[in-house]
Design a protein around this ligand. Structure first.
Ligand code: SF4
Ligand code: SF4
Length: 444
């Protein structure tokens, strides 16, 4: 039996930074261990003294048996995903009142305009028919969906009314500038959450996210957040990070704590990364790679642990493991596009997700004025996962990585089935150090 055993190709094994310990994580078997250096040395030399334990934990496997487990868990993953809730984005217009330096929609060249009411009705008809059997919620996206002025407001009101009639919740992604004006309206409808972006304290935020034509925006957004929270709406505060503003994160975190936001059950946060999604960045020097961003966060959090009261970064599956005491299910696919996410815009086009919405050459079909679907292209999107991306086939990281973002992969190579690799090993190492190995950085 022992001779049949192999070190699982799904083992992720690496050193924990700042220590001489290693971690061993296997998403397929669902086990994770921290190993002393002597035990790690045994693995490096492929001589195992804990064969029974390692076999029980799926670190040592009979390959044919592990293959059966892989197939079973893949089938479970597909089943669970089919039952997952859909997030359906709708872009009422691409017009925006901000001039953010990093806006990826900036070069799309869309015409401003209010959509005809027929578009909204056609959207709700399509969603009702096409996704009849799925759990789902809607998300208004832009451009900026919450513009000032009666014509814009009446479209948003009509949308929320339709959503209410269909029994669906609506989330909003907004720059937050007019949130104050909209809070009263939102109280009348089922709003799941409002995502608002602040990129730091005023000195940073107002440079990065000014009004079109100039003008500060921080103070008004903060008032909008205060009012939304007071009205019981959920705020999901997003910070888009790059080299220019990442060092301002501790100050923003302290501000959110002092405002009492982080104590609210209706307050959530997310950190986004400024990256070259598909248009040219004016200043690419500012961009952080995914690894660089997490390295910066790792260093910043050690120095300013108060950041964790504001946001606990995922560091791959490390935060989940710490919070839940177990690993998440294997991630055969990390890209929700066309599986649990779709995006629609007021030109009548249908897209995979927010990364492609507005790029008419990448539309997957139309819902207005008539329904057309590029079924071949949709199938290509639907079938992209770590079992269909050739490069992922032998990658030890695949069940933590999930193959990355299809849109990023396509933009880089022209091939949807190319990988968008995540630095899983490094992220796990930092996350385990940060969340589990407090001693190592208490002494750092
Ligand atoms: S995208 Fe890259 S890192 Fe991720 S599973 Fe595929 S090959 Fe591995
Ligand atoms: S293509 Fe990228 S942005 Fe779009 S759903 Fe997939 S992972 Fe998300």
């Amino acid at each position: 039996m022992a001779s049949l055993l192999k070190f699982s190709p799904h083992n992720i094994f690496s050193r924990i930074p700042g220590t001489d310990e290693y971690y061993l994580v296997n998403l397929l078997s669902g086990n994770a261990d921290v190993l002393k250096s002597e035990k790690a040395q045994e693995i490096l030399e492929q001589r195992y003294t804990d064969v029974d334990e390692y076999t029980a934990k799926g670190y040592l496997v009979v390959p044919s048996e592990e293959e059966r487990t892989f197939r079973r868990k893949y089938a479970d993953f597909l089943d669970a995903r089919d039952k997952d809730e859909l997030q359906i984005f709708f872009v009422p217009w691409y017009t925006c009142n901000f001039a953010c330096g990093y806006c990826y929609q900036e070069t799309y060249g869309h015409q401003p305009g209010i959509p005809p009411t027929g578009v909204i009705d056609a959207f709700f008809n399509y969603v009702g028919r096409q996704f009849a059997d799925r759990k789902k919620y809607l998300t208004l996206f832009g451009g900026e969906p919450l513009l000032s002025g009666a014509p814009y407001r009446s479209v948003i009101t009509r949308f929320l009314e339709n959503a209410g009639s269909a029994g669906l919740e609506t989330a909003l992604v907004t720059n937050g500038y007019t949130l104050e004006e909209y809070v009263g309206l939102f109280k009348q409808y089922r709003i799941r959450e409002v995502q608002v972006t602040l990129d730091g304290m005023p000195a940073l935020h107002d440079i990065r996210r000014p009004l079109k034509g100039g003008g500060a925006t921080f103070e008004r957004i903060v008032r909008g957040i205060d009012q939304a929270l007071a009205a019981g709406l959920t705020i999901n505060l997003r910070v888009v990070l790059d080299r220019e503003n990442i060092s301002g994160l501790p100050a923003l975190a302290r501000f959110a704590v002092e405002k009492g936001w982080t104590a609210s059950p209706h307050f959530k946060t997310q950190l986004g990364r400024n990256y070259e999604l598909h248009s040219c960045q004016k200043d690419r020097q500012k961009l952080l790679s995914r690894l660089e961003m997490f390295e910066e966060l790792y260093t910043l959090i050690q120095r300013y642990p108060e950041i964790l009261a504001f946001h606990k970064p995922a560091f791959s599956v490390a935060r989940f493991l710490f919070d839940e005491g177990k690993l998440p299910r294997p991630l055969f696919d990390s890209c929700p596009g066309t599986k649990t996410e779709w995006a629609f815009d007021s030109t009548g086009n249908i897209y995979s997700c927010t990364a492609t919405v507005g790029k008419s050459a990448e539309a997957l079909g139309t819902f207005y004025p008539s329904v057309t679907l590029d079924q071949d292209l949709i199938s290509k999107w639907e079938e992209r996962d770590v079992t269909s991306i050739a490069a992922c086939g032998t990658c030890a990281l695949r069940l933590a990585c999930g193959g990355g973002c299809a849109s990023v992969a396509f933009n880089e190579t022209g091939d949807l089935y190319s990988p968008d690799c995540r630095p899983v090993k490094e992220l796990l190492g930092m996350g385990i150090s940060l969340y589990f190995n407090k001693e190592s950085h208490d002494n750092a």
